[in-house]
Write a protein that binds this ligand. Structure first.
Ligand code: GLU
Length: 432
């Protein structure tokens, strides 16, 4: 990636442009362009080799006017405070656009989880909770999985919090394992949510999903179920997925002439999202450079890896066939990429709308935890579809009414809802 992208600067830049269009009071804009609270702390862990290692942890709470802060915890070696700030900010907009009664938060630890043993991972998860437990909780801030974290880790975190407060509190963390307070459908939720919005966008663009081809970046949880959904729900073809290989420390693109078989690839991927290259090769997959995904002949691009990957450099390589970009990742497209999409009339389903299925199902999980009554998978996915369809159409209506780009329309819907909640709570007179 040639451009140096600071995701928080990007989040502020996107926000500032829309604040101006909305003629937002400069004071209110200043409140929203920064997080309300930020925590940075160190977590000592006794490693298996006997040494004591100290890890850097974060939690950022961007805005909780609409309800408890909500958002994942990432374990990533390139995590920074600014990345967490950006992601926390996007969570505020994501929950607002999905119209769920939650605010925005995000956490992280600077670590490559694949370098840790299971016991070390558990210690680190419990350490994160020991540092933060006074500032999280079902009515304060509810973490969840994100890049590098898993349902099992959420289970340990929930257990540590429950021990510290002295009572079983499943609603403190979502994305927990099934049988350990988790919700059916949570695994599929983000990827299927992407697909529900793609289906709605295709109706609007009059595209035939059965004749459509998608190219997907990433093969983590979101990309896996977006690929499965594109094939099984929409009846389309997935030309390729691009996947980071943790052994070779670079990404590769996996394609097959008649389209990839996402369930097969899912069966040969490890828990960190690395595809078994040898098995893929034996099954006839063509393996190319990681960036090749964006060059494929496709109608739909689904960047579902990390932030900043669709930028001034990579958009130059895009096929002119692309009509729709569905952002499964958080912040995959830079402002320069937005300019390219606008100029080339490419329809974008912006990240915090497109990937809101995860947090929406997290919300369903916490509702089920509070009721202590659990829904079937079909009930969860049906409720998810209703929410995603409504959110997509709210944003599309705004885009049509105000004649604005979809990302700006999503911001307009989200910002208006958050400002209204702050107004109703009296924050704009007396502060919070
Ligand atoms: N980490 C996911 C996201 O970025 C899910 C957050 C959640 O479920 O709270 O949306």
């Amino acid at each position: 990636m040639a451009e140096q992208i600071n995701p928080f600067e990007m989040a502020q830049k996107q926000f500032d442009a829309v604040a101006k269009q909305l003629k937002l009071d400069p004071g209110v804009a200043e409140v929203l362009r920064w997080p309300m609270r930020e925590y940075a702390f160190r977590i000592p862990v006794r490693m298996d080799d006997g040494s004591l290692k100290v890890f850097q942890g974060f939690r950022v709470q961007h805005n909780d006017a609409r309800g408890p802060n909500k958002g994942g915890i990432r374990f990533a070696s390139d995590e920074t405070l600014d990345t967490v700030r950006a992601l926390a900010t996007w969570m505020t907009w994501k929950c607002a656009v999905a119209d769920i009664p939650l605010g925005g938060g995000k956490g992280g630890i600077i670590v490559d989880p694949s370098t840790l043993s299971t016991r070390e991972k558990e210690e680190l998860c419990r350490g994160w909770v020991r540092a933060m437990w006074r500032n999280i909780g079902p009515r304060n801030d509810v973490p969840a999985p994100d890049v590098g974290t898993t349902p099992q880790m959420m289970g340990w975190m929930m257990d540590e919090y429950s021990r510290l407060v002295g009572q079983y509190t499943p609603g403190v963390v979502t994305g927990k394992p099934l049988g350990g307070g988790g919700s059916l459908g949570r695994t599929e939720a983000t990827g299927y949510g992407v697909i529900y919005t793609v289906r709605e966008a295709m109706k609007h663009l009059k595209m035939d999903s059965k004749k459509s081809v998608a190219a997907i970046q990433g093969f983590g949880n979101v990309a896996q179920y977006a690929a499965i959904g594109f094939v099984e729900i929409l009846g389309g073809k997935v030309a390729c997925v691009s996947c980071y290989d943790r052994h070779e420390k670079k990404a590769f693109t996996y394609s097959r002439k008649d389209g990839i078989d996402p369930r097969f690839l899912l069966s040969i991927v490890d828990e960190y999202g690395t595809i078994d290259k040898k098995k893929a090769q034996d099954a006839g997959y063509i393996i190319e450079d990681g960036d090749a995904w964006i060059t494929k002949e496709a109608d739909v691009l689904i960047p579902a890896a990390k932030e900043g990957t669709v930028n001034a450099d990579t958009t130059k390589k895009m096929s002119s066939r692309v009509k729709l970009v569905a952002e499964g990742a958080n912040g995959p497209s830079t402002p320069e990429a937005d300019e390219f999409f606008k100029k080339n009339n490419i329809f974008v389903i912006p990240d915090f709308l497109c990937n809101a299925g995860g947090v929406t199902t997290s919300y369903f999980e916490s509702v089920q935890n509070d009721m202590n009554f659990y829904w079937t998978k079909d009930e969860v996915l049906e409720k998810l579809d209703t929410k995603m369809t409504q959110a997509f159409n709210d944003v599309l209506d705004m885009a049509v009414k105000e004649k604005v780009y979809m990302r700006d329309a999503a911001y307009m819907v989200a910002i208006s809802r958050v400002v209204k909640a702050m107004e109703l709570r009296g924050w704009l007179n007396a502060g919070w």
